[in-house]
Structures are given as C-alpha cells and as structure tokens.
Design a protein around this ligand. Structure first.
Ligand SMILES: CC(C)(COP(=O)(O)OP(=O)(O)OC[C@H]1O[C@@H](n2cnc3c(N)ncnc32)[C@H](O)[C@@H]1OP(=O)(O)O)[C@@H](O)C(=O)NCCC(=O)NCCS
Length: 147
C-alpha cells in the first residue's frame, strides 16, 4: 500500500466498516516500521486491503476489507495468505471482530480461526471477539489447506 492508494483504500473501508480510520491514522500506520499494509488490485484498481502488525512470532491483523462488489472471490483469503508470506516465521495470527459481524466471523471460521476470548467494550458500543489462527510448527506460509 502506497500513500497514493489511500483515497481508494479509505473508500473501501467506509463502505465496509462502521468506524473507518481517519486519513491521519492511515498515514501514521503507513509510515510505521512495525506495520504491514497490502492492497489487492484488479485491472489497476485497488479492490481490497489488509493491515497487520508483527510482534515476535504473532501477527495481529488490524484491518481487512474487500470492496462490497468484489466479495466471495477469494480476495480476503488471498490477502491473508500474502501477509503471511511477507511475514515469515509467524506461528499465530490474532485479530478482533465484532460479534455482530456475521460475514467476517464466517470468513475467519472458514480459514480456521477459533474464538479465543472476548474484549469487553473494545469498540465502545460493542465487545470484540478475539480470534486466533495457530499455524503449523515451523511457520506455515498459508492458512491450512482447504481453508
Ligand atoms: C470479511 C471479508 C474481508 C471477507 O472477504 P472475501 O474476499 O469476501 O472472502 P473470501 O472470498 O476470501 O472468502 C473465503 C471463505 O470465507 C467464507 N466466507 C466469506 N464471506 C462469507 C460470508 N459472507 N458468509 C459466509 N461465509 C463467508 C467462505 O467459506 C469463503 O469461501 P467460499 O466463497 O469458497 O465459500 C469481507 O466480507 C469484508 O470486507 N467484509 C466487511 C469488512 C469486515 O468485516 N472486515 C473484517 C473486520 S474484523
């Protein structure tokens, strides 16, 4: 993800999530050495994005969104795999999701994530479910086969 991708990225996020990040937050994240931000392009247009932060052998997914017109084409799965391919040696992927976000919960469950906790009032108006994906010892480069 480059700074010039931000208008498209922010539009996708506004169409996808109830509390999108401000441009300032995006620019701060993009300039952080701890962040990994990837976009998926289709015919030169940004159609999906993922953001993550690495801490030791854990990857924390901070944002993921696919343009509403492009869902169920495997883009979300592809972006998660791409993030894991960039961050070798990751043993565990973690993220928060709203309990009310049924489509994201179904997506994470399909990829092998398990619910491992709950963070009260994480979103202010709602708790967060903590989802965890444990990867094979030695560091797999992708979610389990068939996920
Ligand atoms: C969640 C999200 C990123 C999934 O992206 P996607 O590109 O549509 O997902 P994929 O096509 O890679 O789906 C992979 C698998 O996940 C499951 N899945 C994905 N979306 C699903 C849905 N709405 N309902 C049920 N299962 C779903 C399916 O098993 C799917 O495989 P299949 O299409 O072969 O059946 C997308 O719906 C999105 O952007 N949602 C709004 C933003 C959001 O909620 N982000 C996550 C915040 S924590």
């Amino acid at each position: 993800m480059r700074p010039e991708d931000l208008p498209a990225v922010m539009e996708i996020e506004a169409l996808s999530l109830p509390t999108p990040w401000s441009e300032g937050v995006w620019r701060q994240e993009l300039s952080s050495p701890f962040g990994l931000y990837l976009v998926l392009e289709e015919e030169g247009r940004v159609r999906a994005q993922i953001g993550a932060r690495r801490a030791a052998d854990e990857l924390h997914v901070t944002t993921l969104a696919v343009h509403p017109a492009c869902r169920r084409r495997g883009y979300g799965r592809t972006l998660l795999r791409a993030a894991l391919a960039e961050e070798r040696g990751v043993r565990r992927v973690m993220l928060e999701v709203r309990p009310s976000n049924a489509q994201a919960r179904a997506f994470y469950a399909a990829l092998g994530f398990r619910e491992t906790g709950r963070r009260p009032r994480y979103y202010g108006d709602e708790d967060a479910l903590l989802m965890t994906l444990d990867l094979a010892p030695g560091g797999a480069a992708a979610p389990p086969a068939g996920a």
